[in-house]
Design a protein. Structure first.
Length: 504
């Protein structure tokens, strides 16, 4: 049975033959005038006209003096019909191949075809080729959809192959792009300004997460990759902006899961002179707009039940939910009470467990079964160190979280703008870090100084592309084009490249 190396060796031989004919197997320019979808979709209008198409060869069939090639570009596929006598012969000066040179081509090669748009005798819309040019010679065979490309590890490592073979995967990332574009459009139309904030930070904060650390040679200092966009955007409120947002990557040095990746795209907005209730109303409209633009619908299914983004959202009180499920008063319970509830529900109890972290685990055990859409409100202050206290119950904060399809879709707050209160909470978080909680927030004294100059009352919001993954119905790794994997090189590649890779 032929191996990948055998196929590659045969294509290398063809590559040398192509070069020996004076052809350039990798020219710089293509001359496409129509894509496949235009040719096929507008045949009645374009029939009899000349065009130039380009794409990757899907199949080649040759019958004596007649040949048929199917090529695919991003828009779809189109057939090329090549007839000896009407198609140009080999012309190295124009990089043109004749019908007798088709044996040098393989599926996976990129070609350009100039000719008339016709229908064949069997009714197939085609381009009758006058000139055929090679644009790029492929050295490895592309698997076909019939062959299947289902090995998860292989798919993740060679996503460019996965997207060629499994077009639904390619289309997923078109929807991902639409998701973020729809987000931008909604925010821009609502008067928000997009301002990109630093990824490298002296002090990182805005979330409970362990950061990545790097070193900047120019300053000879360590920097953190941001875990959140929050604190720089709130500095912009202090600078006088009233509606700002940022969309971009953030980094959290945590384990992979179906809902989490160490690197992912997220969005945060901050709105001066608004509060959490304004934020809830705004986000209900935003979610509805974005899902309709991205998926063309506002209803989704989860565990056999319907999620309707156009419906009235329920509101759940944090303490009531915990009390009803576990019999625990979140404001008047000991660490031992929390640990017992964790054990009773077969949840992990860590050596460094604290009340805030433990109660959050209990809530997440409830969350996984929630269909939604639901707003979770009145979160305890000790779980939300950056939110403004509730005047009706200072033990809680003005935080709102959408719970949909068993997942937390985002996080919103009436933002804390009292510098003294903020400093006290930072100090409490810093003490948790020093006690071994490497996800607790760092003391950011520069942010406290900004608050001392003054920041208006504001509402803030953030969500990650997890929203897209859940609605798309895929895991986190399936939801990004190139997920991080442990470095590895397969045996075939080692055999092909030999010493070139392994001189270290």
């Amino acid at each position: 049975m032929a191996t990948l190396k055998d196929f590659r060796d045969e294509r290398l031989r063809k590559l040398e033959d192509i070069k020996s004919l004076g052809l350039n197997p990798y020219p710089a320019k293509a001359n496409r005038t129509k894509d496949s979808a235009e040719v096929v979709g507008n045949f009645d209008e374009l029939s009899g006209q000349n065009c130039t198409v380009a794409g990757r060869i899907v199949s080649i069939r040759k019958f004596g003096k007649l040949a048929f090639l199917v090529v695919r570009d991003y828009s779809g596929t189109v057939q090329l019909m090549m007839r000896k006598g009407s198609a140009s012969e080999l012309d190295a000066s124009e990089n043109v191949l004749g019908i007798d040179n088709l044996t040098l081509l393989d599926s996976g090669d990129f070609v350009e075809a100039e000719g008339e748009i016709i229908k064949t005798q069997t009714g197939e819309i085609s381009v009758q080729v006058n000139k055929l040019r090679l644009l790029a010679k492929s050295l490895r065979p592309m698997p076909t959809q019939q062959d299947g490309f289902t090995n998860k590890e292989e798919r993740m490592r060679r996503r460019y192959v996965d997207m060629n073979v499994n077009l639904d995967v390619r289309d997923r990332f078109v929807r991902r792009s639409k998701f973020w574009q729809a987000t931008r459009d909604f925010l821009n139309e609502s008067g928000f300004i997009e301002i990109n904030t630093p990824i490298l930070e002296h002090t990182t904060g805005g979330a409970d997460a362990k950061p990545f650390v790097t070193n900047m040679d120019a300053l000879d200092q360590d920097f953190y990759l941001r875990i959140s966009h929050e604190l720089p955007l709130k500095r912009l409120l202090g600078a006088g902006y009233e509606k700002v947002y940022d969309i971009g990557p953030r980094f959290r040095n945590e384990n992979y899961s179906d809902e989490h990746l160490p690197e992912h795209i997220a969005m945060e907005w901050y709105w001066a002179y608004a509060d959490w209730k304004d934020g809830m109303e705004f986000m209900e409209k935003m979610y509805l707009s974005v899902v309709k633009e991205t998926f063309g619908k506002d209803k989704f299914e989860f565990n056999g039940q319907e999620i309707d983004f156009a419906s009235n959202w329920e509101t759940w009180d944090y303490a009531t939910v915990i009390k009803d499920r576990y019999g625990i008063d979140v404001f008047d319970s000991s660490l031992e009470d929390v640990k017992k509830a964790l054990k009773d529900n077969n949840l992990e109890v860590e050596k460094t467990e604290n009340r805030a972290r433990g109660i959050d685990k209990l809530w997440k055990n409830i969350r996984k079964d929630v269909v939604g859409p639901v707003w979770l409100i009145n979160t305890p202050k000790f779980i939300s160190p950056l939110a403004k206290s509730n005047p009706d119950d200072p033990r809680t904060v003005q935080r709102f979280q959408p719970i949909i399809a068993g997942s937390e879709f985002g996080n919103g707050f009436s933002e804390l703008n009292d510098p003294i209160d903020q400093l006290d909470r930072f100090v409490e978080q810093q003490e948790m870090r020093e006690s071994g909680d490497d996800e607790a927030m760092m003391l950011d004294i520069d942010f406290v100084e900004m608050l001392e100059y003054g920041m208006p009352p504001a509402c803030g919001w953030g969500h990650s592309e997890r929203v897209f993954w859940v609605l798309e119905g895929v895991s986190a790794r399936e939801g990004v084009p190139f997920p991080q994997l442990r470095s590895d090189i397969d045996q075939t590649t080692k055999e092909i490249y030999g010493d070139k890779l392994f001189k270290l």
